[in-house]
Structure formats: structure tokens, C-alpha cells
Design a protein around this ligand. Structure first.
Ligand code: ADP
Ligand code: MG
Length: 450
């Protein structure tokens, strides 16, 4: 299947070619032809499968007849509205719309909270065909009468599941009441809960349901690994892993804003340039941190789940769960930050005893066991190594029944990681073999000790 088979206008095909995309992803191949007919679409696919282009390309193609370089605001009413749950995601979606629509004179802007409204008001007044918005700020503009949605034809809800998780339902209802009933509605989500389906029923008209890949499957290209460790040694272990394996571009997840700040400070003090993003940081600070991370100025970005949602960094090689998420589904979203669109990635989880129950939940959700490796010098006080023949729950109990037993050391597995960005081919044993630097044993283990 080629992009040219999907029925998109030539201006878009040209832009997509320039992005270096060879062929549509499975969700794109399924959604685009359906969306181009104008019918409602409810689409689900795991993170990193290219959903943004899945809705942006048909949207742009349908709006192409309205594209005009006329400066008149009247020629640029809001024709499409894209709602996203977070500011970062809104910015990224806007960037994608610009990228894919660069050969079409359609105007796009983004509005989100946390920044002054005046610049946004000026842009809206000048005329905008495609508006990307977070729900709260959009309602501010509605209240201010600085946005008119009466000409809107295409309504897109991105990350609908997270939107509901974040409590945007009342805002969504208010927004939906303002939209013309004659419209195309498209909903995109990584997961389909009952609540999402209910929302879909109320805002859509005979939607086409398109679901790609199994529900809640972790991106298959991601190598996952658990490092059991005592809670108080987590920061030391992370520092050790990053330094001894020269990891770059590491996205680290923390459960709390305070924890994220502290960890970023600790890493910086230890010579690893790091910054934190979370809900308490100003918009400017978040944008700056993300830019620094993308450019490699900082080596580690520490993020909370909400702040990280939707962040797309091409081929992010490493994700670390400094804390395991309480909701197993968040684990899937987190590790979706790596191994995106075919590139492989590595997801490490530092797991303390009190997190074993979250690990058990994650393994149940994934329907697989995540391999465990104890890092030399960081043997946890309790035996938290999974027994292969036991269920995660039983193992969990067993770990607490043997508090004094020291877990045996384990040698590092040499995991083959194809096409890893930022990882050099390492010749550890004399064999020419591509081994992720990440999985090389620390120097003293390499000398034969296991
Ligand atoms: P999702 O919203 O499903 O999590 P995104 O839309 O953010 O995923 O896309 C993830 C990454 O895949 C982006 O970096 C995007 O540029 C890239 N991508 C999208 N479509 C394609 C394609 N057809 N071929 C190659 N890369 C693609
Ligand atoms: Mg997305």
C-alpha cells in the first residue's frame, strides 16, 4: 500500500514524501480512505502508530478546496477543530499540521492555557482554518467571544482516553454543544474503554470503528527489562546505568512532581545534564526543557505521566520507569515513547519491593513476563526475581516471605537490539555483534565474574 493509493490530494503526497514516509502505517492505511469520505471515525491504535497523520492527512485533503492565500479573515473561518488533552500535544499536533499541509495555503494555529491570550486572539481575528486547542483555553476564547465555531466542519478528538482520564468530560460536553451538528467527527484513542464508547455514541453519527493491533499491547519493538533495586538506591542505580553505559536521550518517568524535580537535581549534581517537566512548570519552562532534550543539550528529561503524554521524539532510544505507574495502562503509554513507528527502543523499570504489585498488574495486562536483571552492586534486599513458573501474584507473595535471603547475581543478557540509534556496535567478546551498550555488563563483570 502506498500513500498515493489512499486518495489524498497531490500537495499532501508531496509533503508526506518530504517527511521520508515510505508507506502508510496500518492505522493510516485504514483510517485515511474512510475519513476522506466524510463519515465519522472512531480509531484506536497503540501509541506511536502514526495516528496524528491518520487524522491530519484526510482533514487537510478535505479542506484543500478551501485553501486560499487571500488575507481576508472571512475567507479563513475555523473549519476544523482538533482538541488535545495537553499543551505539549497541542503544539506537536499543530507542528504536524504545518508539516503535512505546507503546500496548502490553509491557516493553522494553536491555543492552550498557561500563556497570555492576546497573541492567540490576534491570530484568531486574522482568520484560522484549522484550530488546535486544549479544552480549557478554547472555552476561555468562547467565553471571550474571540472564536467562532459556527463554520466548523471537521471535529477531531485526539487522545480521547487521556482526555477523560484528566477530567475533561464537562469541558468536552460544553464544547460539543457549541459545534454545528452537521459535521465530521473523528475520535482517536490508544485504548477503548466503555466510557470512551459511550462518549462516541453521544457525539458521533454511525461512526466507523477502526481498531489496529490488540488492545493494550506494548509496542512490540520495545525491549523491556526490570531492575529490582532497593528504593533508597534508585537514584544511584539510575546514575550508574546512565554513566556506565553512556546513555543519551533518556526519558525518565516519575510518579510525582516533587520526585521529578529531586531526581533532575540529583542527576545534574552528578554530572548528568537533566531537567524536569510536570504540571507545575510554566509553559515556557516546559517548552524549553523539551527543546533542550530534543537538541541533546540535556541528556535526561524527567517527566510525570501527564506532562509526557503525547510527547513525540523521533526514535527515542531509552525510557526509564523510575517509579512504576499505579495504573498498568500508563506503563503501556510510557514505553510507547520509545520504539515509535518501527524504530526499536529500550524500556527499563527500576522496581522496589513495594512496587512489585504494580509490576504484577502490568505483567497481567501485557500477558507476558518482563525479563529481570539485577545490576551488579545493586542487589535488592529482598528476592524480587520472578520465578518463571509462578504467577506474578505468587511471586509477589514469595518476595515478602523471604526478607533476608540475598538474591543470586545474574549475568547481563546480551540482547540484540537492531537499528538502535545512538548505540554503537560493541565488540565485547571478540565476536562482531551488535549489542546494545545498555546491556553490556559493568567493566568488572566483563572480566569473567558472574
Ligand atoms: P501516535 O499519535 O499514534 O502515538 P504519532 O502520530 O505521534 O503516533 O506518530 C509517531 C511517529 O511516527 C512520529 O514521529 C511520526 O512522524 C512518525 N510517522 C507517522 N506516520 C509515519 C509513516 N507512515 N512512516 C514513518 N513514520 C511515520
Ligand atoms: Mg498521538
Amino acid at each position: 500500500m502506498a500513500f498515493s493509493d489512499l486518495g489524498l490530494v497531490p500537495e499532501i503526497l508531496r509533503a508526506v514524501t518530504e517527511c521520508g514516509y515510505n508507506e502508510p502505517t496500518p492505522i493510516q492505511a485504514q483510517v485515511i480512505p474512510v475519513a476522506l469520505t466524510g463519515c465519522d471515525v472512531m480509531a484506536g491504535a497503540q501509541t506511536g502508530t502514526g495516528k496524528t497523520a491518520g487524522f491530519t492527512l484526510p482533514m487537510l485533503s478535505r479542506l484543500a478546496p478551501y485553501a486560499t492565500s487571500s488575507p481576508s479573515p472571512a475567507r479563513h473561518p475555523v473549519r476544523a477543530l482538533i482538541l488535545t488533552p495537553t499543551r505539549e500535544l497541542a503544539m506537536q499536533v499543530e507542528e504536524s499540521v504545518h508539516k503535512y499541509g505546507k503546500y496548502l495555503p490553509l491557516r493553522t494555529t494553536v491555543v492552550y492555557g498557561g500563556v497570555n491570550m492576546n497573541v492567540q486572539i490576534d491570530k484568531l481575528r486574522a482568520g484560522v482554518d484549522i484550530l488546535v486547542a486544549t479544552p480549557g483555553r478554547l472555552l476561555d476564547h468562547v467565553q471571550n467571544k474571540t472564536v467562532d465555531l459556527s463554520h466548523m466542519q471537521i471535529f477531531i478528538l485526539d487522545e480521547a482516553d487521556r482526555m477523560l482520564d484528566m477530567g475533561f468530560m464537562p469541558d468536552l460536553r460544553r464544547i460539543i454543544e457549541l459545534l454545528p451538528p452537521q459535521r465530521q467527527t473523528m475520535m482517536f484513542s490508544a485504548t477503548f474503554s466503555g466510557e470512551i464508547k459511550k462518549l462516541a455514541d453521544t457525539i458521533m453519527n454511525l461512526p466507523q470503528l477502526i481498531e489496529v493491533a490488540r488492545r493494550n499491547t506494548a509496542a512490540e519493538t520495545v525491549k523491556q527489562l526490570v531492575h529490582p533495586v532497593a528504593k533508597e538506591y534508585k537514584h544511584a542505580l539510575l546514575t550508574h546505568l546512565i554513566k556506565s553505559r553512556s546513555l543519551r536521550q533518556v526519558l525518565v518517568f516519575c510518579g510525582t512532581k516533587l520526585g521529578a524535580n529531586r531526581l533532575a537535581q540529583h542527576l545534574s549534581r552528578n554530572g548528568i545534564p537533566a531537567n524536569a517537566i510536570h504540571g507545575d512548570k510554566t509553559q515556557m519552562a516546559r517548552i524549553e526543557a523539551l527543546d533542550q532534550f530534543k537538541q541533546g543539550v540535556i541528556q535526561v528529561l524527567v517527566a510525570t505521566d501527564v506532562a509526557a503524554r503525547g510527547i513525540d521524539i523521533d526514535q527515542l532510544p531509552f525510557v526509564v520507569n523510575y517509579d512504576l505507574p499505579r495504573a498498568a495502562e500508563d506503563y503501556v503509554h510510557r514505553i510507547g515513547r520509545t520504539g515509535r513507528a518501527g524504530a526499536s527502543g529500550v524500556a527499563l523499570s527500576l522496581v522496589a519491593e513495594d512496587e512489585l504489585r504494580y509490576l504484577a498488574d502490568i505483567e497481567v495486562l501485557l500477558n507476558m513476563k518482563i525479563p529481570t536483571e539485577i545490576v551488579d552492586g545493586f542487589t535488592p534486599p529482598l528476592d524480587a526475581i520472578p520465578e518463571p513458573q509462578r504467577s506474578p501474584r505468587q511471586r509477589n507473595d514469595a518476595a515478602f516471605r523471604k526478607p533476608t535471603e540475598i538474591a543470586p547475581k545474574r549475568a547481563y543478557a546480551e540482547m540484540e537490539v537492531p537499528d538502535m540509534p545512538l548505540i554503537k556496535s560493541v565488540n565485547s567478546t571478540g565476536k562482531q555483534k551488535q549489542v546494545a551498550a545498555l546491556f553490556l555488563p559493568p567493566a568488572r563483570q566483563m572480566s569473567g565474574e558472574t
